[in-house]
Write a protein of this length. Structure first.
Length: 117
């Protein structure tokens, strides 16, 4: 029998305390309208190019937030991405490091990263 597991990541779950606020915050960052439905009272799916995101308030607790970025969002222009996040009032944790990436936090303190691809 061959390996039945695909070499793909289907989605990333992000623990959030308030599904409505998180939905609005992430949709604003990505420029989506946020019209999607909250599923089962605790899930919101954000379809991205490639791997998607599922915001999940059922799995949230402060100790379950990402203390280290588990993945990064891609950008072609790290300087523009940094300025964009500044203009959105996002809590930036670093400056642009090595002209390649920066870290930021979402509303719940999940540490995330934007990286030049």
């Amino acid at each position: 029998m061959g390996n039945p597991i695909l070499k793909q990541i289907g989605t990333v779950f992000i623990p959030v305390s308030d599904i409505d606020k998180a939905k609005d915050w992430y949709c604003d960052i990505f420029g989506f309208n946020g019209d999607g439905e909250i599923l089962f009272g605790h899930l919101y799916v954000i379809q991205l190019e490639g791997t998607g995101i599922v915001l999940d308030s059922k799995i949230y607790s402060p100790e379950k937030t990402f203390q280290t970025p588990a993945f990064h969002f891609n950008t072609n222009n790290i300087e523009e991405a940094y300025q964009y996040m500044q203009s959105k009032g996002v809590k930036l944790l670093t400056g642009i490091e090595n002209n390649h990436y920066f870290n930021f936090e979402d509303l719940d303190g999940n540490r995330l990263m934007v990286c030049k691809c």
